[in-house]
Ligand binder design. Structure first.
Ligand SMILES: Cc1ncc(C[n+]2csc(CCOP(=O)(O)OP(=O)(O)O)c2C)c(N)n1
Ligand SMILES: [Mg+2]
Length: 583
């Protein structure tokens, strides 16, 4: 019997459409040029929401064995394409229709920009023959996308479609990765052209390696700095994971005996408990180290714009993008290239030395390890709090206990997620996903479905705030429909609580509680509505058993589960209380 998906494919090749489609092998359609070019880019999945302007791309994807994941809101398509790029290390792709389909996706594109994720957004447009005539859903997409993409352009002829897809995709990987936008007008996409006239760049023949080590003299310089250093520290940022440079990074930490700190997508490169994994002493290391190497993360607000590093430390900044190096803070040495390639070359430059300083640094690592212990002990009473309503720190602790090496952890929320970062320590590379520097709520559902689709063998857990869950939750149905169910945990305080804190502090009770309170929603019913398991949790002892029941149910039913945990709305993360994100 034909599956629902097969029936759907059949219905799209109904006779009238077939009659219009040329059967001539010397002729190719715009939609097939899109499909062929995406396939050449290694794209095996697109995220989309249909519209009359883009249907020909589906025909091309079907014939190129590209999976079509159709979502319920284009924002989710963009977050999912971003998530798929992060999880696969390749290009993420979404296809949206003109006008509102495009504008709905913009938050996801902006997220990919600030997170440096390679995402190709292909969008529809009215026919070129109706240019500026007021066609349905017409907007100046290319102009709107320009400031938040690395490349934004329109295709003007069918013959150039594949060429421009390849061009836009290549731009996603130029320097630090990021998003590109490509608009294809309806008549350009709908047309068929002679295959011999179509420009189709051939795989393997239109790309250069991105594995540059920059100036070899600087590699030597950094090797020498590290070998001579008494108290070095290395921060491995998002780019290290995005360029899959983790093996080289870890080898350097181990080879030279240097404490490693991880942030963004690089959280999880080393598991907790590893001798070179450090978590709670980043600030101490930055204040005490003699050499600090910042790899693949900008000096933005998350780094206090570089001000949190000791003034007289030797600071080295490595980035894939020339303009990011030393922006906001002077450095002793700047290096541009592929983080993995650079760190690998630095380690190579130290091999053969009789003394690379590793043993000398044992005391430094022991010193930091001691502070880590004290800091963890200080947090334990909060992590193990028996308070009711449940303390959000307790939820974070239980989530961390629940993680396995195969669990991808996604954070999508305000304060509850900020708190979780103190307890949750992913066990393997790629197991941490957050919205990145744009800080957008609503990323979770797209990230979760993308993670499940990219890694069917892994478990996916998304921890949401109740405000965030409400933004994109309906696409949990999409995740279920395409066999990528996940565990949704909600830290429910019936508020946009992170914002509420600052407002209460500034305006007091009356005006502080305006514009940030939400209703009490029993979200477990949402999972049940979609055929999955749901549970409401009000006491701390029930968190772990509920999580286990969710795990079992997702594995056996193939449907997402929701554990709705009611947390104390009067508790906040220290960072929220200090309002560090605005400083
Ligand atoms: C799309 C978007 N809108 C608004 C904000 C501003 N904002 C930051 S945290 C927050 C509250 C989030 O509430 P919730 O998800 O319930 O988490 P909580 O802070 O309550 O734990 C808001 C509205 C944002 N970051 N992103
Ligand atoms: Mg909330």
């Amino acid at each position: 019997m034909a599956s629902v998906a097969e029936e759907r494919i059949r219905s799209t090749t109904a006779e009238d459409t077939l009659a219009r489609k040329s059967q001539d092998a010397d002729v190719i359609s715009g939609g097939h040029l899109v499909g062929a070019a995406l396939k050449n880019e290694g794209v095996d999945t697109i995220f989309t929401l249909c519209g009359g302007h883009i249907i020909d791309t589906y025909d091309g994807c079907i014939d190129n064995d590209i999976r079509i994941i159709d979502v319920r809101h284009e924002q989710v398509a963009a977050h999912a394409a971003d998530g798929y790029a992060r999880q696969t290390g390749g290009l993420g792709c979404l296809i949206t229709t003109a006008g509102p389909g495009f504008t709905n996706a913009l938050t996801g594109i902006a997220t990919a920009l600030r997170s440096e994720s390679p995402v190709l957004h292909i969008g529809g447009q009215g026919a070129l023959t109706q240019h500026k005539m007021g066609s349905l859903q017409d907007l100046p997409h290319v102009d709107i996308a320009a400031p938040i993409t690395k490349f934004s352009a329109g295709v003007r002829s069918t013959e150039r479609i594949a060429d421009m897809v390849a061009m836009a995709a290549r731009e996603c990987f130029a320097g630090a990765p990021g998003p590109s936008y490509l608009e294809i007008p309806r008549d350009i996409l709908d047309a068929e052209v002679a295959v011999e006239k179509a420009v189709i760049p051939q795989p393997g023949q239109y790309r250069a390696s991105t594995k540059s080590i920059g100036d070899p003299a600087d590699v030597e310089k950094l090797a020498q700095l590290l070998v001579e250093s008494e108290r070095p520290a290395i921060l491995l940022g998002t780019q290290v994971w995005m360029c899959r440079g983790h093996k080289e990074a870890i080898a350097l930490l181990k080879g030279l005996n240097i404490p490693g700190y991880m942030n963004g997508a690089s959280r999880g490169l080393l598991p907790p408990g590893d001798s070179h994994y450090f978590h709670r002493t980043r600030g101490d290391a930055f204040k005490q180290a003699d050499v600090i190497v910042i790899v693949g993360t900008p000096f933005d607000f998350r780094m206090g714009y570089g001000r949190r590093l000791r003034d007289d430390a030797t600071v080295v900044h490595i980035d894939m993008d020339y303009k990011t190096v030393a922006r906001n803070r002077d450095v002793s040495l700047g290096m541009v290239g592929d983080p993995g390639a650079i760190l690998g070359a630095v380690l190579d430059a130290t091999t053969g030395l009789t003394d690379n300083g590793a043993t000398r640094r044992a005391d430094w690592l022991a010193h930091l390890r001691g502070i880590e212990k004290v800091k963890t002990e200080r947090l334990m009473p909060l992590f193990l709090s028996d308070a009711e309503p449940i303390h959000p720190y307790r939820v974070a602790w239980e989530l961390n206990e629940f993680l396995t090496e195969k669990t991808i952890y996604i954070g999508d929320g305000g304060d509850v997620v900020t708190i979780s970062a103190q307890a949750v320590q992913p066990r393997a590379p790629g197991n941490w996903m957050d919205p990145g520097a744009l800080g957008g709520l609503g990323v979770g559902t797209g990230f979760a479905m993308a993670s499940g689709l990219a890694h069917p063998d892994k478990e996916v857990l998304c921890y949401y705030g109740d405000g965030s869950f409400g933004m994109t939750a309906f696409d949990m149905e999409t995740a279920n429909r395409f066999g990528a169910p996940y565990i949704a945990v909600i830290g429910n305080n019936s508020a946009m609580n992170q914002i509420r804190y600052g407002q209460l502090a500034k305006y007091g009770e009356v005006r502080g509680n305006v514009g940030n309170l939400l209703g009490d929603v029993p979200f477990s019913k949402f999972a049940e509505m979609l055929g999955g398991y749901g549970e409401e949790v009000r006491s701390p002892g029930q968190i772990q058993p509920a999580l286990q029941r969710a795990r079992e149910s997702v594995a056996s039913s193939g449907k997402s589960a929701v554990i709705n945990i009611w947390v104390d709305p009067q508790e906040w993360a220290p960072g929220t209380k200090r309002q560090t994100m605005y400083k």
